[in-house]
Design a binder for this molecule. Structure first.
Ligand code: SAH
Length: 659
């Protein structure tokens, strides 16, 4: 199951040269789905691949095959081994080193773009070790500027990434000019950071401003006044900026916001369609990597040239029926097109429909392709019927900018149980999932309890306890958009927790069970942690009943209380009392007293495993004297449960015990 959490690093290789190192990596390889490599001198290690000759030669042979390497070896040795193989941080694999004692996991190389920092943290949670991250961004609590847009599917453009990162590391002011894409990341930065946002360009009323072609050097736009203070600039833009070397160091991210509407004559070859699109982007200073996808009319869903283009460039194709396109207001409707396909516009209407917006960034451009495959642009858009001798096809292109970028990713919902509260009571898989997630959503108290697992750049949304449905909806929306979202609940997420709400909600939305993906991470539920704190009260058949009648009719709850009391189940009462629901616990006591001895042992455990933990051992008849609130779990013993020196013990069976 944890393999899913390591999917960004596949194929993953682990390398050890000593027996203890190999053993350390063996388990990790199982959970992470990694290949373990050992020298032939090591014997008795199962499921490992053996290399012959020197590790140096072997590493050179497999270097290109893997996306990440985990070594259990002296750091110095690793440095010498990988040094000749390193090329550039944009292409090198992540390299992580674990010490033989398994105490530290060092992110050695490609910490940002290769994901080494993340990998080191994930492995550290699996091993219960400390991740060692030495990058400056991580110590500032900032996401690496060169990985900032990864969760949103942004593409890194040209720029001086090293210098801009160094400027941030020095704490010098860096201007951020965001003209497209999600601004969510801006809301989750540490209190102090050196980024200064150019707000005027992106107001909520106008999130996708019509972009006039930018000055080629990326300067201007009314920000000159502040320019002196900034030591670097980060552009987040669909535009392709020609950044000059001489001025401030600058970088550009390209969110995928451009929907390219395409219309074409049947049989227009792919190179012609592609050339037409590239031409339009170039003429408008737009980045090819900012393309979200291609949009057209549904009868073109089988158009060979369009299909090939989408598959070559890994672009989604959105198609719309004529009836939908027909209802879109476009600047350049055509009677000829309307007569042919039943809508006066294909490219413009499709671009607008896919981008879900009202105005185009680039209006319809028409191209013809001659017999030699050469592209000829038709500069007068009203001459739809213009004829080129021997023409091979015709293409129309229009572009619209979407408010929300296309991430190109399938999101996951990790439904996580955090256990009673203390981190060491949470499973390593659940801890890893929290760290791996792009976004973490939960009730603020639980988010505080797991805060050591959070990493810079994560979107952390702590919502009040009452807004459970909103939390579920928000998580689903983010996952549908393409993010990996951790939804955290205390105890077990599937026991009176958020997991049920999320799946319930998904099931009302035509969910196919796969997109977004769902993974449930179990946690220690309150009845287990409370039981552990008082002894072994759950050694025989038991049940859990929630006394909350907010979503369940009280008659149903009463019926269950009676049945449990009659059947001699050890009974855990969840949600026993709130400020407004005070009577339910008294009624429950009455019901149990009708079937069980007044001396039946009862434990009342408040905030198990948390700093303010409070444990009361009492009996059924005195239950109401104990401090009971919404953070409390009540455990009522069965007829054989006993108290011995403050330990609550339920025998394994009934036979032979003094009833
Ligand atoms: N998903 C949670 C239960 C949520 S319902 C789980 O599996 O544990 C909330 C109720 O759980 C509280 O009213 C209380 O009865 C119980 N509870 C949760 N955490 C607790 C803790 N640390 N100590 C005692 N009771 C707890």
């Amino acid at each position: 199951m944890s393999q899913l959490l390591f999917q960004d690093f596949q194929p993953l290789a682990a390398i050890a040269t000593t027996p203890s190192g190999a053993k350390k990596l063996q388990l990790l390889c199982q959970t992470a789905g990694a290949t373990l490599w050992i020298p032939e001198s090591l014997t008795g290690i199962e499921n490992a691949q053996v290399y012959t000759g020197s590790l140096k030669t072997h590493l050179a042979n497999i270097w290109q095959e893997y996306r990440a390497f985990v070594f259990c070896l002296a750091t110095g040795a690793v440095v010498r081994l990988i040094a000749p193989l390193l090329e550039h941080k944009s292409v090198d694999p992540a390299v992580v080193v674990i010490d033989e004692a398994g105490q530290f996991v060092i992110s050695l190389c490609s910490g940002h773009q290769g994901g080494g920092d993340n990998l080191a943290q994930l492995i550290a949670h699996q091993l219960g070790a400390t991740p060692v991250l030495t990058g400056a961004a991580s110590s500032l609590g900032l996401p690496g500027i060169d990985v900032l847009g990864v969760p949103f599917g942004w593409c890194r453009g040209e720029g001086n990434w090293t210098e801009v990162s160094a400027t941030i590391a020095r704490g010098e002011a860096v201007q951020v000019i965001q003209q497209a894409g999600s601004t969510l990341w801006q809301k989750h930065l540490p209190e102090k950071h050196p980024l200064i946002f150019e707000e005027s360009l992106l107001s909520t009323k106008n999130p996708s401003p019509p972009l006039t072609p930018l000055p080629v050097n990326g300067e201007g736009l009314g920000v000159g006044f502040f320019n002196q203070q900034f030591k670097a600039k980060i552009w987040i833009t669909p535009n392709l900026l020609q950044l000059p070397d001489a001025t401030l160091p600058q970088v550009q991210w390209h969110p995928r916001v451009l929907w390219v509407g395409v219309g074409c004559e049947r049989g227009t070859p792919k190179p012609a369609i592609e050339a037409a699109i590239v031409e339009v982007l170039k003429a408008n200073n737009l980045a090819e990597s900012a393309i979200a996808g291609i949009a057209t009319i549904d009868i073109k869903a089988d158009e060979q040239g369009i299909i090939e283009l989408c598959s070559d460039r890994n672009l989604p194709l959105q198609t719309f029926p004529a009836s939908v396109l027909n209802s879109v207001n476009v600047p350049n409707p055509s009677k000829v097109v309307a007569a042919e396909v039943g809508t006066p516009s294909v490219s413009e209407a499709a671009a607008l429909s896919a981008a879900k917006c009202q105005s185009l960034l680039v209006t319809k451009q028409i191209f013809y392709c001659d017999a030699e495959g050469k592209l000829i642009q038709n500069t007068s858009p009203d001459q739809d019927k213009a004829k080129i001798p021997n023409r091979q096809g015709a293409v129309t292109v229009a572009i619209a900018q979407a408010e929300q970028e296309y991430t190109g990713r399938t999101g996951y919902l990790y439904l996580i149980g955090t256990g009673p509260g203390q981190l060491d009571q949470m499973t390593p898989a659940a801890q890893t999932a929290v760290t791996q997630a792009d976004a973490v959503i939960g009730y603020s108290l639980y988010i505080d309890l797991i805060s050591p697992l959070l990493r810079p750049g994560q979107i952390v949304e702590a919502l009040p306890i009452t807004q459970e449905r909103q939390r579920a909806e928000r998580a689903i929306a983010l996952a549908q958009w393409g993010l990996n979202v951790a939804v955290v609940s205390s105890g077990d997420s599937g026991i009176y927790g958020m997991a049920g709400l999320v799946l319930e909600q998904l099931s009302t939305q035509n969910w196919d069970g796969k997109t977004p993906g769902v993974q449930v991470f179990p946690g220690i539920t309150a009845l287990q942690s409370a039981a552990a704190r008082v002894g072994t009260p759950l050694m025989h058949d038991f049940c859990a009943i929630s006394l909350s009648d907010l979503l369940t009719p009280w008659e149903v709850i009463e019926k269950r209380l009676t049945a449990a009391a009659q059947a001699d189940f050890i009974t855990a009462l969840y949600n026993p009392r709130s400020q407004t629901r005070t009577q339910q616990i008294a009624i429950a006591q009455d019901i149990f007293l009708q079937h069980r001895h007044p001396d039946t042992p009862v434990s009342v455990v408040r905030s198990a495993y948390r700093d303010d933990e409070q444990i009361t051992l009492t009996t059924l008849d005195k239950l109401l004297d104990a401090p009971i609130d919404m953070l409390t779990l009540v455990l009522i013993g069965n007829q054989s449960t006993r108290i011995h020196s403050n330990w609550m013990i339920t025998p394994r069976g009934y036979l032979g015990f003094g009833n």
